[in-house]
Design a protein around this ligand. Structure first.
Ligand SMILES: Cc1ncc(COP(=O)(O)O)c(C=O)c1O
Length: 395
C-alpha cells in the first residue's frame, strides 16, 4: 500500500491508470468487471517473477523456499490490510464459492435441526446454495429476506424474519446482478441483536470501495481477488474466536496456527499470492477516494443517458448502489442485446448472474435474465457513451 508519506491521489488520472494495463490497449470496452476485472501488468509480472525466481514449496531451508515463506507471510499481511483484520484471520482458497462451502461446513458441525439461516433475494447463489444444502443435510431452515420493488434490501423484512433460532444472516455487501449495496453495518447490527453471525459476501463490492471488517463488525467475509484486479482465487476473513471455535476439515500434519491456516487446504497457489500482493498494492496506489468518485461520475453519466424505453432493474440513482447496471430492452432478448453490443466493441454480459432469487423476484426468464453492464475505475466516459449509443440503436 502507499505509505503515509505518499498520499494517494484524490482524483483519478484515467489515462495513467489505463497505461498500467496492457489488456486495456484494444478497442473493446470492458463492462464485464462483475465477472472478473482485467489485471494491471504489475500483477501479471509478479506472477511470472515468482515462477521464475522463487518457485518452491514452503518450509525448506533453501533460498526459493525461504522466499516462498516470505511471500506467503506478505500475502496474509496484505490481505489483513485490505480487509481490516489480523493476518491470522485470513484464509486464501480456490474461490469464494469453495471457501464458503468450507466455512459453512465447519460451522455446520455445530448446527442443529430447526436452526435458522437468513439469506437475501440479492445474493449470488454462492451465498445461498451452501445453506440450502445444509437444510437438506441437517434439517436447518433457510429463509429469504425480500427486497423492495427498487431492489434495495428490505430491512423491515429482515427484522421480521429474525428469531431466537437465527444463527446466521448471510448477505452481500453489493449485489453482482443489480448493484444494490446494502448498509452492511446496519445488517450486522440487526444480526448481532438477534444473537446471529453476520456473514458477508463481498465479492462484488471488492473493486468498488474499501472493506473494513472491524468497522463493519462482521464475523465472516469472503471475496475474490480476481474481481479487484488480481488473479483467480478466493479470500476469506473469519473472526479469530469464531475460527478457533470450529472444528475444521483438515489433514493432521498441517499447522493449526495461525488459525486461518486451518482452512487453507493443501499447497497454496503461491504464484497467485504474488499476484494478489501486487493487486492490493495497485489499488493502494490508485486510492479509494479517486476510484469511488470516478465510478460515481460514470454511473451518473450512464443513468442520465439511458434511453427511456430501457427498463433499469434496480436503484435509479447512485445512492445505495455500485455502478453495476442490470437492464432489459423491450423487444430484445438479453442475449441479443449483449451480442449487438459486442459488434460495437462493448463487452457486457447477459443471463441470471447466479442471482436466481433476484431474477425470480423481477419475473425475468431464469436463463436469458437481463443485460448487465458493470463499470469499474478503468472505464472512461467515452466507453460509457459508446455503451449508451449501442443500447440506443436497439431502443
Ligand atoms: C456476489 C458474488 N458472490 C460470489 C461469487 C462467486 O465467486 P467465486 O467465483 O470466487 O466463487 C460471485 C462471482 O461472480 C459474485 O459475483
Amino acid at each position: 500500500m502507499t505509505s503515509a508519506a505518499e498520499p494517494t491521489p484524490r482524483t483519478l488520472d484515467v489515462p495513467a491508470v489505463r497505461a498500467r494495463f496492457t489488456a486495456l490497449d484494444r478497442p473493446l470496452a470492458f463492462f464485464d468487471g462483475p465477472g472478473g476485472t482485467q489485471c494491471p501488468d504489475e500483477v501479471i509480472d509478479a506472477i511470472a517473477a515468482y515462477l521464475r525466481s522463487s518457485n518452491a514449496n514452503v518450509g525448506a531451508p533453501y533460498e526459493t523456499s525461504r522466499r516462498t515463506d516470505e511471500l506467503v507471510a506478505a500475502a496474509h499481511e496484505r490481505a489483513a490490510s485490505f480487509l481490516g483484520c489480523d493476518a491470522g484471520e485470513v484464509a486464501f482458497g480456490q474461490s469464494m464459492t469453495a471457501l464458503n462451502f468450507l466455512f459453512t461446513r465447519a460451522l455446520a458441525r455445530e448446527l442443529e435441526p430447526g436452526d435458522e439461516v437468513l439469506v437475501t433475494r440479492l445474493d449470488h447463489d454462492a451465498n445461498v446454495a451452501p445453506w440450502l444444502a445444509l437444510a437438506d443435510d441437517l434439517g436447518i431452515v433457510v429463509r429469504f429476506v425480500d427486497v423492495t420493488d427498487e431492489l434495495a434490501l428490505d430491512l423491515d423484512d429482515l427484522e421480521r424474519n429474525l428469531s431466537g433460532r437465527t444463527k446466521v444472516v448471510a448477505f452481500p455487501a453489493a449485489a453482482n446482478s443489480v448493484g444494490t449495496a446494502p448498509d452492511v453495518s446496519r445488517v450486522v447490527e440487526l444480526a448481532h441483536g438477534a444473537g446471529a453471525l453476520a456473514w458477508v459476501d463481498a465479492v462484488h463490492y471488492g473493486p468498488h470501495g474499501p472493506i473494513d471488517v472491524a468497522a463493519w463488525g462482521c464475523d465472516v467475509l469472503i471475496c475474490s481477488p480476481y474481481k479487484f484486479f488480481g488473479p483467480h482465487m478466493g479470500l476469506a476473513f473469519g473472526r479469530e474466536e469464531l475460527l478457533r471455535s470450529w472444528r475444521p476439515y483438515k489433514v493432521r500434519p498441517a499447522a493449526d496456527e495461525p488459525v486461518g491456516h486451518r482452512f487453507e487446504l493443501g499447497t497454496s497457489q503461491h504464484e497467485l499470492l504474488a499476484g494478489f500482493v501486487a493487486a492490493v498494492d495497485y489499488v493502494g496506489s490508485v486510492g479509494w477516494e479517486a476510484i469511488v468518485s470516478h465510478e460515481r461520475e460514470l454511473g451518473e453519466r450512464f443513468l442520465a443517458g439511458l434511453p427511456g424505453e430501457v427498463t433499469l432493474h434496480g436503484l435509479p440513482t447512485m445512492t445505495g448502489r455500485v455502478p453495476t447496471f442490470c437492464f432489459s430492452v423491450a423487444g430484445h432478448s438479453a442475449q441479443s442485446v449483449a451480442e449487438h453490443l459486442a459488434t460495437r466493441d462493448v463487452a457486457v454480459w447477459w443471463g441470471n448472474y447466479y442471482a436466481l432469487e433476484t431474477m425470480r423476484r423481477l419475473g425475468l426468464d431464469e436463463v436469458d435474465g437481463a443485460v448487465r453492464a458493470g463499470i469499474v475505475h478503468y472505464n472512461t466516459a467515452e466507453e460509457v457513451d459508446r455503451l449508451l449509443a449501442g443500447i440506443a440503436e436497439l431502443a
